[in-house]
Structures are given as C-alpha cells and as structure tokens.
Design a protein around this ligand. Structure first.
Ligand SMILES: *Cc1c(COP(=O)(O)O)cnc(C)c1O
Length: 407
C-alpha cells in the first residue's frame, strides 16, 4: 500500500516504534481532524453527538468505540495520554485534573479498606497528607520509611501490604531510591510498585525499565514547564489503567481539553528544557558548594552525594531541583530568600523560571516537627528549582542571598 501522507490523521504507532523519547515528545499521539492542521486541535466540548439512536446505543454499550462525554474521553486529552504513555514506555496513560488526583485515583481504584501502603518519608507534602489524613479514614494504613533504607522497607512489609509508593529523586533533599531493589521487594510481597516521576520526567528517567508497575505525574511541573496549568497522569499496564480510568470516569477529577492542549505543547519542548535545567542545576550545585555561607548542598549530580552512582545508573541527567542548608537558622534562610530579586519566591517547581522556597514553612510546613526532623527538613534548608535563564544571571541573583548571610 502506498503511504499517502494526506490520508494520515494521526501518526501510526508502528511508525514511532524505536524512536527516541525526544521524538515521541514532539510526535506521539497527535491526532488530526479533516483540516489536517499542523498543531494539535482543542476539542472544547462537554459531549458528543451521534448519527442515530442506534449509534448512540452502540457507543454507550461499548460495541462502537468513540466519544460520549468529556468526563469519559476527549480527543485532546487522549492525545496527551497517548504521548505521555509513549514517552514512559507504558501501555496506557490516564490524564487527571492534578498530580494529586492521579495519586488519589490510583489508590481509590487499586486499593481497598484494610490494605497497607509503604510510602517513602520525603514525599511531596500533600501526598503525605493524603495518605496520613484522608486515606486513613477509609481504612488504608500507611507506613512511612526512609527512601534509601532497604532494611526499613523490608521490615515494613506485612501480609496486607498492597503498594510501595516512592518519589525519586526526593523533594527537597534529592535522595535517590534503588528502584530495581524496591521493585523486587514489591513483587515478592505481591504489592504494586508506584513511582512518582515528576522530578525527572521520562526524558531523564524511565521507571518501567527498573520494574515500576505504575508511574505518577504532576503535569503541573516540568511537563508544562511554564507555570500555566494544573494537571496529572497515571501511566501503567492496560489492566490496571482500566481500573484507574473507571474510577476517574465515575469520580470526575479528569483533565480539561484546554489543559491537555497546553501540556501537549509543553511536552514538545520537554527534552530540550530538561537538558537546560540539568546543565544549570549542576553548575549551580558545584558553585554553591564552594560558597562560605553554604553548609551543605543536596544534589545527586554532585560526587559528594551518597547516591551519586545510583543516580547515574537510573537517570540520564540529575534534574533541575537542588537544595542546600545555609549557615544559621530559619532567619538566615529567609534572609537569603528575601535578598534575591529575579528569582521567584514560590513553592512551585519545574518551571523555566528559577524558583526559591523555604520547605520547612511552605511545602513541608504541615508536617509535624517529628516528621520534619526525620525527613531532614531543617530550618536552614532552602530549595531551588533551577530554571533555564542564563546561569550567570541566576548566580548574580543568588550572590545577593549569599551577601545577606554575611550581614
Ligand atoms: C506537585 C507534586 C505533586 C502534586 O501535583 P499537583 O499537580 O500539584 O496536584 C505530586 N508529586 C510531586 C513530586 C510533586 O512535586
């Protein structure tokens, strides 16, 4: 059969087999309407119409595939799902209204009352709250253990353990988990191994290659990368994703077509952005380590980092987030932050703009003092999500922070 480009409303999946993640980021999942537009179309519609009552019946019964209602499926959202699934090397992705909705949907769809979860201690603050406060009310018990302490993971396993949940690298201390080891432990326990891949994105780390069963994304961070939208995704095998999809369709925290379109555009530049973030962050980490006002820098790209070798094996880059402690207490950390002028003071991360925050009183502010202490969130800790501005200009701004420490 002759390949006639104009008849192709989408790129056949077989044409994208074996291509790199950089190409998938630009090309995978694109759909074209009859207008053969070059960019992706947005379908801002709540519902879809049918040619006949019989067709409506066939759609509802599932005998005929096709859209019904945008809480169930929407073409723009499906394009985003296809692209992130291809980039992660997963069978299927389900888009959600936020990263938290992705975690909630995964738990609600795949766990039940009486199940036990083991979660790494340094997870995103709200993830901690979700497990500790809300999931607990529905009979789900969670044990928090250190991300890097394999003995702790092993001894936390119980007969009713059904999920191991991690973020790697962790926020804000950039600890790195041994995914292959955790996957083996999880399999032996008959539990699902869930990896929140928000910090690395599939450009730097592909957790399925290290035995993850499910990957979580907050698309709000690097996938968009320009601070425009809140969204998320769950990626995994068809069988599990059918359950997650079923929950979302019934519960409702699905992604809007507008946001899906923004994320599709974001993904196109994700590979080049991630490399720029990594380059800037590594240079900054090395530079910060040499500054007299800085006590310790946490970044897996540094040779001083305890899991530097592991990170080098699992990741093709060390990411854009780093943290460091300043000499002094909270006052010093706040003075450092307040002295910067260009860098945005915000808890958001994964943006082209460099952002700075004090985890102890923002992202991790709701943790109890004990939880903070065991997670290593000290009062003199500052986190930077390194953007893609000129590294010299970022340093110039941080020198203001360093000067404030000296005062
Ligand atoms: C931000 C974040 C989330 C939550 O995502 P939202 O889109 O804000 O709901 C989950 N995990 C990690 C690692 C995050 O950074």
């Amino acid at each position: 059969m002759t390949y006639r480009r104009e008849e192709h409303n989408w790129i056949p999946e077989s044409d994208l087999e074996g291509v790199s993640v950089d190409t998938l980021a630009v090309r995978a999942g694109q759909i074209r309407t009859g207008q053969l537009e070059h960019s992706d179309a947005i379908f801002p519609t709540s519902s879809f119409v049918y040619g006949s009552a019989a067709q409506a019946a066939a759609r509802f019964s599932g005998d005929e595939p096709g859209n019904i209602y945008s809480r169930f499926t929407n073409p723009t959202v499906q394009a985003f799902e296809a692209r992130i699934a291809a980039m992660e090397g997963g069978e299927r992705a389900v888009a959600t209204s936020s990263g938290m909705a992705a975690i909630l949907a995964t738990c609600m769809a795949l766990l039940k009352s009486g199940d036990h979860v083991i979660c790494s201690r340094g997870v995103f603050g709200t993830t901690n709250v979700l497990f500790q406060k809300y999931m607990a009310r529905f009979g789900l018990e969670t044990t928090f253990v250190s991300l890097t302490d394999m003995d702790a993971w092993q001894s936390a396993i119980r007969p009713e353990t059904r999920m191991l949940f991690i973020e790697t690298p962790s926020n804000p201390l950039c600890e790195v988990a041994d995914m292959s080891a955790l996957s083996a432990l999880s399999k032996a326990a008959g539990a699902l191994f869930v990896v929140d891949n928000c910090f690395c994105t599939p450009v730097l780390q592909r957790p399925f290659e290290f035995g993850a069963d499910i990957i979580i994304h907050s698309a709000t961070k690097y996938l968009d990368g320009q601070g425009r939208c809140v969204g998320g995704a769950v990626v995994g095998p068809n069988k599990l994703m059918e359950e997650v999809y079923g929950f979302l369709r019934s519960a409702g925290p699905t992604m809007s077509p507008f946001n899906a379109w923004v994320f599709l555009k974001g993904l196109e530049t994700l590979p080049i952005r991630m490399r720029a973030h990594c380059d800037n962050a590594l240079e900054l980490a090395v530079w910060l380590e040499q500054q007299p006002g800085v006590e310790r820098v946490f970044y897996a790209g540094l040779e001083s980092h305890p899991q530097h070798q592991l990170a080098s094996r699992q990741q093709s880059g060390f990411g854009g987030v780093l943290s460091f402690t300043v000499k002094g207490e909270r006052k010093a950390a706040w003075a450092f932050i307040d002295a910067t002028r260009m860098i945005s003071i915000t808890a958001n991360l994964g943006d082209v703009k460099t952002t700075i925050t004090h985890p102890g009183t923002t992202t991790h502010g709701r943790l109890s003092p004990e939880d903070k202490a065991s997670a290593g969130i000290t009062d003199n800790l500052v986190r930077i999500s390194v953007g893609i501005e000129s590294i010299d200009d970022i340093k110039t701004d941080l020198k203001r922070g360093l000067a404030a420490l000296a005062e």
